[in-house]
Design a protein around this ligand. Structure first.
Ligand code: GDP
Length: 317
């Protein structure tokens, strides 16, 4: 079944809206295309942090306070690993570990990340589609004051502290995007593309850096709408604002709209940023104001409903 809505997202911020959309749409009507630029091999295991965040969130298993991993997790493995002097800077809970072990086993047996993710989603009772952006490796690399760092070294090991000078997405030029995402973008059944409020440079850019996906997004007949990840010039969580300042960009929601540029038909600004609406609109993009802070399930669903209604208006108008 071809999805009616395709959502592009990274981890935590994006997954919140993805869950709202998943609950507002009938089963099978949503496909979530997820960043894999953060994927890495750790302790011999293939870890896909954003795919897992979306998987656990849509399955209702995500840890609410931590923002990553599983609810009710235990840490016997990490404790035992640390006791042996093993690498404990990247925390893997006991139940989470099963995901990485089983994914790694299946990859070694020749299954694709797309196939494995679909199997995990089905096993966990997710009734919407989760698509890794590619089965080919794309790796986000940051040029920092400490030299070039792989994404997880920057983000987790160094807690996003080093100043960033430039970001590149190794492998993106040749990686083949998800075939199902390309098919959805070409399908007359697609009604809306949503760029979730994820970090534009760390979570969405890896997707947009794949030329075939970018071209398909440019060509799709469905409206493309982004939700600002900044509220009143601040990130809700994570290094988006810090990174923008380091890259020499004005830290506000209009800069994010500029970054997506001609890709966008519509942009959802937080009500707190109403003053930026004329700036964004002047660039030819329809602007919608909404309460975009998602603190619980009702606020996620409310924002999802708002975005779907905005998209429907754009499609009909
Ligand atoms: P990561 O992969 O875990 O860093 O997560 P993402 O890239 O998906 O999301 C990080 C971005 O999400 C940050 O820019 C946050 O400001 C934004 N974000 C997180 N929660 C919310 C929210 O409730 N509303 C909005 N508008 N943005 C959010």
């Amino acid at each position: 079944m071809s999805p009616r809505v395709l959502a592009l997202c990274g981890g935590v911020g994006g997954a919140k809206l993805a869950l709202g959309l998943a609950r507002r749409l009938p089963p099978g009507a949503l496909a979530v295309l997820v960043n894999t630029g953060d994927d890495f091999t750790h302790l011999g295991l293939h870890v896909s942090p954003d795919v897992d965040t979306v998987l656990y969130t849509l399955a209702g298993l995500a840890n609410q306070t931590q923002g990553w991993g599983l609810e009710g997790e235990s840490w016997a493995f990490m404790t035992a690993l640390a006791r042996l002097g093993g690498e404990d800077w990247f925390r893997l809970g006991d139940a989470d570990l099963a995901t990485h072990v089983e994914r790694t086993r299946r990859l070694a047996a020749g299954e694709t990340l797309t196939h494995i993710t679909a199997a995990f989603a089905a096993a966990l009772g997710v009734n919407q589609t989760i698509l890794p952006m590619s089965d080919d490796p794309v790796r986000t690399m940051l040029e920092t004051e400490m030299g070039t760092l792989a994404f997880q070294d920057y983000f987790v090991r160094h807690r996003a502290a080093p100043r960033v000078r430039a970001i590149r997405y190794d492998g993106a030029a040749t990686a083949r995007p998800s075939a199902r995402a390309l098919a959805a973008l070409a399908s007359p059944e697609l009604e809306l593309v949503v760029i979730c409020p994820s970090n534009p440079w760390l979570s969405v850019a890896p997707l947009l850096s794949m030329p075939a996906l970018r071209a398909a997004l440019d060509a799709t007949r469905a409206p493309v709408v982004a939700v600002s990840p900044l509220i009143a010039g601040q990130a809700v969580k994570g290094p988006t604002a810090k990174l923008m300042a380091e890259l020499g960009l004005a830290v506000n929601a209009a800069t994010v709209a500029d970054y997506y540029g001609g890709l966008l038909d519509g942009y959802v600004l937080d009500e707190a940023d109403a003053a930026l609406a004329p700036t964004v609109a002047r660039r030819g993009c329809a602007v919608e104001l909404a309460a975009t802070l998602m603190t619980d399930l009702p606020t996620r669903e409310a924002l999802a409903a708002h975005v779907l209604a905005f998209g429907a208006r754009l499609a009909s108008g």
